[in-house]
Design a protein around this ligand. Structure first.
Ligand code: OFO
Length: 173
């Protein structure tokens, strides 16, 4: 059985993952408006990844007899204008999520909640991968420059991204 502290902290993480999903959906919309359909697809795929992160925690709470608490999600604030700025903002956001996951892991360890610890370690690995993906894209932008020709190629490349997670959440948990 999960402690109230753990349930509350997992619910906070669900909210943060759903905020991440909204943030990337909003970025996807902006990129689509700006004519970058491929990069917009990459961001929408990221939206699905984030929803999966939220739903995996949701399913875990239910599997432990606890209730997910769905709260208000803040509207995403996007100040970034260029593609490079958007990916820099993405990296900053992922670093925030990584810190949030570490906090949850530290709580699980301090409570000797080994089941939650095991679950959260999956997110630790996931964050390493997510940060690396964005670092790679930023490095590519450094190499090709953020002129129109380079971004045209990047747009084609990132448009090939497919979700690595199931999009049907009904079986999670
Ligand atoms: Fe982007 O990894 Fe979840 O939030």
């Amino acid at each position: 059985m999960l402690s109230k502290k753990i349930v509350d902290r997992i619910n906070l993480q669900i909210n943060r993952e759903m905020y991440s999903a909204n943030l990337y959906m909003a970025m996807s919309a902006k990129l689509n408006d700006d004519g970058y359909k491929g990069i917009s697809t990459w961001m929408m795929t990221q939206y699905h990844e984030e929803m999966f992160h939220a739903m995996k925690l949701y399913g875990y709470l239910q599997s432990q007899g606890a209730s997910p608490a769905i709260e208000k999600i803040d509207a995403p604030a996007i100040k970034a204008k260029s593609v490079k700025e958007i990916f820099s903002a993405t990296l900053e956001h992922e670093k925030f999520v990584t810190a949030s996951i570490r906090e949850l892991l530290e709580l699980a360890i301090s409570e000797k909640d080994y089941a939650t610890e095991n679950l959260v370690r999956w997110y630790v690995d996931e964050q390493v991968e997510e940060e690396q993906n964005v670092v790679d894209i930023l490095q590519t932008i450094e190499v090709i420059g953020d002129g129109k020709q380079g971004l045209f190629m990047l747009n084609i490349e990132l448009g090939k991204r497919k979700p690595s997670i199931p999009l049907d959440f009904t079986s999670i948990g």
